[in-house]
Design a binder for this molecule. Structure first.
Ligand SMILES: [Mg+2]
Length: 432
């Protein structure tokens, strides 16, 4: 007699994404910004890089230059903020730390997005999604949406639904949505809304009569492979529920570089982790150089494995570098700022670095020999200290100061305080 089929719970993927991250990070510390049109500007207060829904409703586009918006800002009630990567990096580290408590399988995908491996039945998964949303809101103060599905592409899609359809309450689980509703939502979504499908591919798909996501789901994967690529076939299979995109541990995006690894055997000493961070620092430096970039903010993190029955810890630290750099020594030194939070005896299962506030390397080679010599004499920290106390632009270091002094001269007239990383910029609470 055949045995009854055992219902095995397949692992699923949760995609967590902070809503309008930079704008939400600003609002977390300044509730007066809530409900107002808000944009965050690129370096030098150039153009809008993040828009709150209210700003989107005004018709403001990503990339709109500030000088064009400024004359109408007052009339619109529009608030603009200079980008504050140190604040965003720190908020990001706190969000990721909280997410790490929910799964050992955590892939930090970008400064405000992560994939988590999760398990459970429909009710448990929805419950987990709501718990994640609630915890991040309560402990960090930023809103997130959660999409849960059998594949990464579907999890991202569910997250989009969770964001755009208030009925989901910010958490959407693929298997909990009825087939009829799924189909009607898929039929309303254009293919360009899918992860990894950009404008050029959209036009080529349209030529084949594929306009909506539903059209793509129903397309023949083999035909898609022949006409496009294996990557596109992978997307079709993922949309049909077959996981094809593995966990990635290294990624360089428009505004960040992420570098993280799970260890094959746990690292249980401060010395061991120092070594790991040194290697990552050098590898991250090589990545930056390869792409002609320098970073101004570094976040280092580590995590114990929640699968093991011992004490758990998720230390993280956000460091503002004295100047934009791809220098391995400076990056490694910054990454080592995590070490005071690391404890001998705990079993660390992974660690990583995230570099943000990326800028293209100056055309002329930077005077690194000079920087490093100054570093050794402790002049770097002294400069940081002076400029922290007397404001950016109060001090520069000879030619190097002029050469790498971009940040000192950078226009940041509307930057909010670095609430979480500088003692003298802590938010103040006034008791009535
Ligand atoms: Mg986001």
């Amino acid at each position: 007699m055949p045995k009854p089929a055992v219902m095995r719970q397949m692992p699923q993927i949760a995609h967590v994404d902070v809503n309008c991250f930079y704008a939400s990070a600003e609002r977390a510390f300044d509730p007066s910004l809530e409900g107002r049109p808000l944009i965050v500007l690129s370096n030098n207060d150039g153009c809008a890089v993040t828009r709150s829904p209210e700003a989107k409703a005004l018709g403001i586009k990503t990339g709109d230059p500030w000088f064009k918006l400024a004359p109408r800002a007052k009339e619109w009630g529009l608030v603009a903020k200079s980008s504050n990567y140190e604040l965003y990096g720190d908020i990001s580290a706190r969000v990721m730390e909280l997410l790490g408590r929910h799964s050992a399988w955590l892939e930090v995908y970008s400064i405000d997005e992560a994939f988590l491996g999760v398990k459970g039945d429909a009710e448990q998964l929805l419950d987990l999604g709501r718990r994640i949303k609630e915890t991040v809101r309560r402990h960090v103060g930023v809103p997130v949406c959660v999409g849960i599905a059998p594949t990464k592409t579907l999890a991202k899609l569910c997250n989009k639904w969770a964001k755009n359809n208030p009925a989901f309450g910010g958490v959407c689980h693929w298997d909990s949505v009825s087939a009829a509703v799924r189909e009607s939502l898929l039929a309303r979504l254009s293919v360009e809304e899918i992860w990894g499908i950009a404008g050029r591919l959209t036009r080529r798909l349209n030529v084949l009569g594929i306009f909506t996501v539903l059209d793509l789901v129903n397309a023949d994967p083999v035909v898609i492979r022949d006409k496009f690529s294996v990557v596109m076939m992978r997307t079709v299979l993922e949309l049909r529920g077959t996981p094809c995109i593995p966990m990635e541990e290294e990624r360089i995006g428009r505004d960040q570089l992420i570098f993280s690894r799970s260890f094959s055997t746990p690292v249980a000493t401060v010395e061991g982790l120092r070594q790991v961070l040194s290697i990552y620092g050098q590898q991250a430096s090589a990545r930056l150089s390869k792409h002609g970039l320098q970073a101004k903010v570094l976040t280092a993190f580590a995590a114990t494995s929640p699968f093991r029955h011992h004490e758990q810890a998720y230390p993280s630290v956000c460091v503002s570098l004295p100047m934009p750099t791809a220098d391995p020594l400076l990056l490694t030194k910054a990454a080592h700022a995590l070490l005071p939070q690391v404890r001998d005896g705990l079993q660390y299962a992974k660690a990583g670095l995230m570099l943000t506030d990326l800028r293209p390397t100056a055309n002329q080679p930077p005077l690194e020999p000079f920087e490093n010599r100054h570093e050794e004499r402790g002049i770097g920290p002294l400069l940081e200290d002076v400029s922290r106390r007397f404001g950016r632009g109060s001090i520069g270091l000879g030619h190097a100061g002029i050469r790498t002094g971009l940040d000192w001269t950078m226009k940041r007239g509307m930057q909010s305080p670095r609430y979480t990383t500088h003692w003298d910029e802590l938010p103040l609470v006034k008791a009535a």
